[in-house]
Design a protein around this ligand. Sequence first.
Ligand code: NDP
Length: 501
Amino acid sequence: MTQTAPTKPSRADGEQKRFASLDPRTGEVIAHHPVHGEADVRAAVESARPAAVFWAGLGFDGRRTRLDAWRRLLVKRLDEFQTLISAETGKSADDARTELALVIDHLHWAARQAPKTLGKRKVRPGMLMYNHAATLEYLPLGVVGVIGPWNYPAFTPMGSIAYALAAGNAVVFKPSEFTPGVGVFLGATFAEVVPEHPVFQVVTGFGETGAALCAAGVDKLAFTGSTPTGRKVMASCAATLTPVLVECGGKDPLIVAEDADVRGAAEATVWGGIFNAGQTCAGVERVYVADAVYDEFVKLVVEKAKKLRPGGEPDADFGPITMPKQVEIIKSHVADALERGGRAVVGGLESIRPPYVEPVVLVDVPDDSTAVTDETFGPTLVLTRVADADEAVRRANSLPYGLGATVFSRNRGEELADKLRCGMVSVNSVLAYASVPGLPFGGVGDSGFGRIHGEDGLREFTYAHAVTRKRFAAALNPMTYERGSRTIRHVVRLVKVLYGR
Ligand code: NDP
């Protein structure tokens, strides 16, 4: 079957241009959505300004009531939402349900946690300012723009949307052209519980619509997508000094140490690399295995991966490659690995039958192959034999990417985790950090910067607001022209006594 990308707009100028969202399993049209241009996006941001004032004015309790109502509505309509996610991405029903379970858990956490993390609190004024009261609170930025990818069309952008809303901002969201319906569903359900003002709006279209959002004067732009697009977003936001949060791609390693539970590691490798057809930013792509357990590990991975089949039926092990042009990238990485002396122990080039790609497991692949250096975003795994876990750490840290990582070791798990240059690590399980709402999610290097989720994820959509209030006159006040030299002498003496020892 030939895979199709969303159709480019077909209507004449003057009318609202529209594009079709397609089911990647069948190529069938699911729905048509507007292509919002620059003027539409600016209008959305403008109308979000008063909405932001209304939303911030509700306070933490008022917002929590609304966000909890939204959560309950999403739970009530979970089956409908899951069907839409599966239709637009092709992912299996269970992968879509897992995604929604995480969305709902995070939404609950963000609404409940916001007052504790962001609310006004007292800060110790310190010895020199003992006569002042000091307070700190984190205030909403105003209007936050969110640009999301298609691979987790609900979970990934909600890492920004839910946290930005809980912090008191209005949001304008541009979903991927492959998953506009998921964005529209989120916006429509939110509007059911907050009908008064357009606190959360969705604009649809192609990359140009995203670019328009970057230039529309939002107070922060939260981008999740590929590293090359992340660079473009950052460059265009620089023109207006719009701050950015950039969550980009990865090439995440999994380390199997000499003392690992090899069976558990093989199970985690196969799931972490292949679920959602490998289209997971923090999915397992590279596996470094200590020599002592390598042969046993490879045998187990081969056994497990061979059993998995992609398909369009709801109970398939995993779905198609959502974005047609990704198939060529997957093919080129597998071909490069094989041309440079790698071997396929499961599948091979023949496994690539668009829109599906069957599992491919590669061994003996040189380090400079694109299958090792670049994000493949397919159900492929590269297994590499290393002398021991320390060599595994060195090789894991060798790429510019640094999103997540996994370590399997009975005794050295946390020690090895601490040596990995990346944002998140799961020890003896895979991707567990993404399901802990209290933990920040994000990368270093080419994987981006800033954090979604957790307390850092809430603060990301605020600015710190610090206030001091003088309670009584101090015996010594160096911050006035009335101070006299005696005051400064006393202050210096005090500093020497307090901090000089
Ligand atoms: P893209 O970078 O292609 O697109 C991401 C979003 O940016 C889409 O909504 C896209 O719109 C939009 N966009 C495209 N061009 C521009 C532009 N010039 N200005 C502003 N916005 C633009 O990524 P994918 O959608 O293909 O997503 C897959 C990537 O996302 C992978 O690299 C993956 O690793 C990464 N990712 C990272 C995550 C993380 O948390 N670190 C989580 C999930 C995915 P359109 O689709 O309409 O072109």
